[in-house]
Design a protein around this ligand. Sequence first.
Ligand SMILES: [Zn+2]
Length: 202
Amino acid sequence: MTQHSGLCQSRARGPAQGKLVGAMKSPLKFDVTELLRSQGTDALPEHRVQTGPAPERIGVEMIGIPEGTEVKVDATLTPLGSGVLVDADVTGTLSGECARCLAELHPELDLHVSQVFSADESFVSGDEAEEEDRGSGDEVPEIKDGILDLLQTVIDEAGLSLPFAPTCEEGCDVDAPDGVTTGVSGEEERVDPRWSGLEKFL
Ligand SMILES: [Zn+2]
């Protein structure tokens, strides 16, 4: 089993370099070494698509992407001086159980995350100093050794957007009274497909 990576602060602040081998297997990890070097007019957003096995389970208790299941990460990395803004769509096949009839569910995950990562501690100071004093608890995740890891961001987002009580999309085959297939809890979490394309404009 993998160690839980919740405590990601304050380890190895020193200058460590290289050692990308092996660490790059996760599709959620991006090598941004070159991107951080780019300055001025060279600092253009970069689009990258990575596919690979989920390094650990992503999801909530009843539904999630099991460890090892293939996920695709379609990311735009925007250099911000000593930080990087990541906008990414994470897709993959979820595994779960219907909360009512316990049938297996395998809907597609389509998660969007947007997160700023900092490459050094000075990144959050300056104009943002006042905000920092308030101690909101929302720390900017760090880029370590040139590697930006979206895993925790994606796990957090999945925890917010996946239904805690998933149910069969078209109603359960068993134990479902006639005509009562809508209005189940969790359904409002699903975005109407007609609107999903508009989300980015909201
Ligand atoms: Zn069901």
